[in-house]
Design a protein around this ligand. Structure first.
Ligand code: NAD
Length: 276
């Protein structure tokens, strides 16, 4: 197995797959194919997929910036990947390449575990980039009926709203242009951050601390650090929270199952993730 992306040196995904395989008595190698490094200079995405398939990889994880581009090099897509329009897992089997989106299914599983019992009729999603699109579909599939999407790039928010409208008919989506005013005037059941804000290199939060309400849960998908400013301030306001490790672990759990055809142990994979 392997991961193709740029700047992926700190990814915890290889360790999760290797430890889970070892625990199941399987021999597994998981390569980081970082196209920012000189090792892969001059190779196109197509070349890298061909090399991996020809060398007998079970499959690949795909990350930034290739999740959409990779679709042109596949034979088939799962229904989930087709709806999201992006792929983060490719399986090579019987000469065929199939794309899946375990970001979406991973967020959905984590969401149902952490927050599934909480109200989730109306959710505010901050960030409509690659991960935000997967999260939006996962929320719609988890029963969210109204999704209010905010992105500083208004076109992205609008494009996601249209895409969601066309594929998830049970969920009404709208765009938000002034997040603070929207949060002052509405009491959503939940807020999800799918922007890079809160990462170590991009500190901060899009939600002012005084706008947290105890009745509004807060989820973050950033996991460097696990306790983002957003989550810290939400906890201080007694809100329920879900950390970014939820999505990160469950996307790997599902990918492991696709790579090996065997169930993975989520607790064991989370323990590996937490050991970093
Ligand atoms: P991206 O660059 O594709 O999208 C980010 C989006 O956020 C952009 O549309 C941008 O305009 C918007 N944005 C940035 N700052 C904003 C702000 N202050 N307010 C509103 N919108 C803002 O990035 P991505 O691939 O979607 O990743 C986003 C974050 O999610 C990254 O930190 C990434 O590490 C994390 N991520 C986590 C997981 C996980 O498994 N937990 C999976 C994928 C990505």
């Amino acid at each position: 197995m392997g991961l193709i992306g740029k700047g992926i040196g700190l990814s915890r995904t290889p360790a999760m797959h290797i430890a889970e395989a070892e625990a199941q008595g399987l021999r597994c190698t998981y390569d980081l194919i970082d196209t920012d490094t000189s090792d892969y200079a001059g190779h196109t995405l197509r070349d890298l997929l061909n090399i991996a398939e020809d060398s007998g990889y079970a499959g690949l994880n795909i990350t930034y910036p290739y999740k959409v581009e990779v679709i042109d090099h596949l034979d088939d897509l799962s229904d989930g990947a087709r709806a999201v329009g992006a792929v983060n897992t490719v399986i090579f089997r019987n000469g065929k390449r199939t794309g899946h989106n375990t970001d979406a299914s991973g967020f959905k599983t984590a969401f149902e575990m952490y927050l599934g019992d909480s109200a989730h009729e109306h959710v505010v999603l901050i960030g409509a980039g690659g991960a935000g699109v997967a999260v939006a579909h996962a929320l719609a599939r988890s029963g969210v009926k109204r999704l209010s999407i905010f992105d500083t790039d208004e076109k992205r928010a609008n494009d996601l709203s249209v895409q969601l409208h066309n594929s998830q008919t049970d969920c009404l989506s709208e765009t938000v242009t002034d997040l603070e005013r929207f949060l002052r005037n509405n009491a959503p059941d939940g807020i999800v951050n799918a922007t890079p804000m809160g990462m170590e290199k991009l500190p901060g939060t899009a939600v002012p601390a005084e706008l947290h309400r105890k009745s509004t849960w807060v989820a973050d998908i950033v996991y460097f650090p696990l306790e983002t400013q957003l989550l810290k301030e939400a906890r201080a306001a007694a809100c329920q929270t879900m950390p970014g490790s939820g999505m990160a672990v469950y996307q790997a759990v599902r990918a492991f199952e696709l790579f090996t055809g065997r169930p993975a142990d989520p607790a064991r994979m989370k323990a590996t993730f937490d050991a970093f």
